[in-house]
Design a binder for this molecule. Structure first.
Ligand SMILES: Nc1ncnc2c1ncn2[C@@H]1O[C@H](COP(=O)(O)OP(=O)(O)OP(=O)(O)O)[C@@H](O)[C@H]1O
Ligand SMILES: [Mg+2]
Length: 511
């Protein structure tokens, strides 16, 4: 036993040498001592901040690797495409060699198991959600609705619920609501055609931003975000977000949606030995920018409670002031890269960032933040007792995987070998609200037509029995129910085509 203990702790060919950081931790880099995050405290969340080009993405990449090494799954968004390199083996570079020497780290160049996800289904597996999963609050945010409009949307959800209409097809549902506005207002509260009209217009904008790719089935199963590879490494889910970032609201709402799904679907686990998933929220300022109070409260609540579901959330943003106080206070593990301080606002950010750290008598925190080099950061993590450690100037360890984007061919190889291959690649079709509504409208129209015919006939002959009308309608309904399903499907597909919900020639249950 003693002999085993004396043996070198790590074999460089197996796992990265975590420069004397404890086994049950993720190594960040080196100050006057190793800096790391305890796995059992990794669900106490974190924050990575710093001006552009100071090393945030490289830090995130290293952390993602570290969690993966420990069998923890990771979710992160790749905003600029440069995080995709985590799927390929890294290679020696002068700056990596130099840094390794400085901190005594031995690189274990390797690729990590990655699942690429893409809302547009172009550079990764499609990732979808249903309208009902999203819920009225997030949808309102997504469409930037006013309070009154949000009220109407809430009612739409309620009606769909009461009338057992699947919410796949919001557009159709809204139209139906508009048609029945008078009748519904007495039962549910004020529904104006004007507010429905503006929601419909917002929906159209959303659709133009590409959100129709997002709504549909099969919806993402969160268990697919928590996969562990055969060699024990946690899968790193990379959300391809370069194109998505052109619709910042969609990006932010989607990540928030994922967070709330995790929160709602995962069981309570208290404080586990290690997290089930670590969720990196890059460009986090987008989540909070102009967010209404109700949404901020929801974010604050989800962040607070998701901890006990074994999920650690790490916000990544340039300016620490981007994160509201109520959320920031909950972020236990902090990595602050350099900030510039030219303008008064920037100086304020530096001051604010400095006050979030437990001061180190060896240096002035504020000054240090402005003087940090690239790939250097002020680090404070939670110690064994769960208290913030004293802030340290830390040289961040370089990633083992490639720094920078992978090629299209390499991406294709990764996608083809993915454990979720075939699960999400094709959209599923199921009877949506639109179809149910179409049916209902068709039935109504037929009944009306039949009634009209009946009336005409009665008027013409003057003596036809009333039951004729009934039988005509009934007969039509019978015929309708036996009309070959294929014809009706075709009909529906054509109709849906005009709604823009068809992708790859099939119904996607979009708007
Ligand atoms: N730990 C490190 N050690 C040495 N050099 C580093 C380190 N981290 C980053 N660098 C250097 O800085 C460059 C920029 O880093 P990175 O892309 O992580 O910055 P960023 O903060 O994410 O920038 P942006 O805000 O523009 O996305 C890297 O390509 C690398 O050359
Ligand atoms: Mg970056």
């Amino acid at each position: 036993m003693a002999k085993q203990k004396a043996a070198p702790r790590q074999d460089a060919s197996q796992a990265p040498v975590a420069a004397k950081a404890p086994d049950n931790s993720v190594y960040i880099g080196q100050s006057i001592k190793p800096e790391f995050i305890y796995l059992r405290l990794a669900n106490r969340h974190g924050l990575i901040t710093g001006a552009t080009g100071t090393g945030k993405t490289v830090t995130l990449q290293g952390l993602a690797e570290g969690f993966s090494d420990q069998g923890v799954s990771v979710f992160c968004a790749d905003v600029k495409g440069d995080l995709s390199g985590v799927a390929e083996q890294g290679e020696s570079k002068p700056w990596i060699e130099a840094r390794d020497k400085e901190i005594g780290y031995t690189q274990n160049y390797r690729a990590y198991p990655v699942i690429f996800w893409d809302l547009f289904g172009e550079k990764g597996h499609p990732i979808r959600a249903t309208v009902s999963e999203l819920g009225p609050l997030l949808l309102s945010r997504l469409m930037d609705l006013s309070e009154a409009q949000e009220g109407v949307l809430n009612i739409a959800f309620k009606i769909a619920d009461d009338e057992k209409l699947p919410l796949l097809d919001l557009k159709a549902l809204l139209q139906d609501l508009a048609d029945r506005a008078g009748e519904l207002t007495t039962k549910y509260g004020n529904i104006t055609k004007a507010s429905i009209g503006s929601i419909q217009r917002s929906l159209l904008v959303l659709q133009q931003q590409g959100a129709d790719h997002f709504f549909g089935e099969p919806a993402l199963k969160i268990s697919d975000l928590m996969r562990v590879a055969r060699d024990g490494l946690g899968y790193i889910s990379v959300l391809v977000a370069d194109k998505l970032m052109e619709s910042p609201r969609l990006y932010a709402t989607f990540l928030l949606f994922l967070m709330s799904e995790l929160f709602e679907e995962l069981p309570e686990v208290g404080d586990p030995d290690k997290p089930k998933l670590v969720f990196f929220f890059d460009e986090a300022h987008l989540l909070f920018k102009d967010a209404p109070k109700a949404l901020l409260e929801k974010v604050e609540q989800v962040v607070r409670l998701i901890r006990s579901k074994g999920v650690g959330v790490y916000f990544v943003t340039q300016n620490p002031l981007d994160i509201p106080d109520t959320v920031s206070r909950q972020l236990g593990n902090r990595i602050q890269h350099a900030l510039r301080a030219f303008s008064p606002l920037e100086q304020k950010a530096v001051k604010a960032a400095a006050t979030t750290f437990r001061a180190n008598p060896a240096f002035d925190t504020e000054k240090a933040i402005m003087e940090l080099g690239i790939g250097e950061a002020l680090v404070s993590t939670l110690d064994e007792k769960g208290q913030p450690s004293m802030v340290q100037k830390t040289l961040i360890r370089p990633p083992n995987s490639r720094v920078g984007p992978i090629t299209d061919a390499q991406r294709k190889t990764v996608i083809n070998a993915s454990p979720v291959k075939g699960i999400y690649d094709e959209t599923e079709d199921r009877e949506s609200a639109y179809e149910l509504l179409q049916k209902r409208t068709a039935d109504h129209t037929e009944a009306e037509a039949a009634q009209a015919q009946d009336k005409e006939a009665t008027q013409a002959s003057g003596s036809k029995s009333r039951s004729d009308g009934f039988w005509t309608t009934f007969g039509k309904q019978v015929i309708r129910s036996v009309v070959p399903a294929a014809t009706r499907m075709l009909e529906q597909q054509i109709k849906r085509g005009t709604l823009g919900g068809i992708r790859r020639g099939r119904g996607s249950g979009g708007f």
